[in-house]
Design a binder for this molecule. Structure first.
Ligand code: AKG
Length: 278
């Protein structure tokens, strides 16, 4: 059923499934998470790194991580068979579920600098897969996702400081001149599946009034034996827990070098001091 998406995922490191979540369900999810934000019910899982500035839209609408641990609606979405069916086909193996993230990205909110999810999840062996559900129409004005096609073939790269006037995270990865980030324009209800090594991120929401809400879940491929501590427990799609080890922080990462006029990546000891929380 998803042959085209399977080819695209292998070739580019991502694929878009249009309209996987029907409009009525998108509305219900938006209402659910907006009510949750208003009631501050999720306070204890708010990102601890949010800057304490009430002018910052990210302070009023912080992203929420791992709500599936306390919220049945989020858990049902994480374990939704429609997401599983796509992943079983594009990955060729059963995935295990490890995380949920809700981004509100209100008007004026900063984006997230280019990065690779595998930097945080440290899945071993293999990598992770994200299912990024658009809860609003997303375009360049409200800070849609940006992806670097083909970058899923790269190892985990060493990070460098990010521009924190544009990104709420403070590290990014460098990309050479012959690779570039492309905007992924999506309609509410579309789902982008992407490989854990794919370089991706987003620019600020420069609109005056629009949200760019998204519900993002992460999965690890079924042969994995380790994942970073923060992502335990991994769940099978029937809700049962998978027993996995905690992966150690990375010991090496890739840096771009030029050899005989060609850009290539060489591995070196890791240059950052841990903190592997997405
Ligand atoms: O939605 C965004 O703006 C960025 C999300 C992201 O980078 C991620 O899901 O890892």
């Amino acid at each position: 059923m998803y042959e085209q998406q399977t080819k695209e995922y292998a070739q580019n490191g991502y694929t878009l499934v249009r309209g996987l979540i029907p409009a009525a369900e998108v509305r219900e999810l938006v209402t659910h998470y907006m009510e949750m934000n208003a009631a501050e019910r999720a306070k204890e899982v708010y990102d601890p790194d949010i800057i304490a500035d009430t002018q910052d839209p990210l302070k009023r609408y912080p992203r929420i991580l791992n709500l599936h641990r306390i919220d049945t609606r989020s858990k049902n979405h994480l374990l939704d068979p429609r997401l599983r069916d796509v992943m079983v086909e594009i990955l060729g193996i059963e995935p295990f579920a490890v995380s949920t993230m809700i981004y509100f990205k209100a008007a004026g909110a900063r984006g997230q600098a280019l990065h690779q999810d595998q930097y945080y999840l440290r899945v071993n062996p293999g990598t992770c897969c994200a299912a990024w559900v658009a809860l609003d129409d997303c375009d360049e004005e409200n800070g849609c996702l940006q992806v670097v096609p083909g970058s899923h073939e790269l190892p985990v790269l060493c990070t460098i400081p990010a521009d924190t006037s544009k990104s709420f995270t403070n590290v990014t990865v460098p990309i050479p001149d012959d690779m570039s980030a492309e905007s992924v324009i999506m309609k509410a209800g579309d789902v982008l599946f992407f490989n854990g090594q794919l370089i991706h991120g987003s620019l600020p929401n420069v609109s005056q009034t629009r949200f760019r809400r998204s519900l993002i879940t992460h999965y690890i491929v079924g042969e994995a034996q380790q994942v970073s501590n923060f992502y335990h427990p991994a769940l099978r799609f029937d809700g049962s827990e998978v027993s996995l080890e905690a992966s150690p922080d990375g010991s090496e990462c890739g840096v771009w070098v030029e050899e005989a006029g060609l850009r290539t990546v060489t591995m070196q000891p890791v240059n950052n001091a841990g903190g592997y929380v997405q």
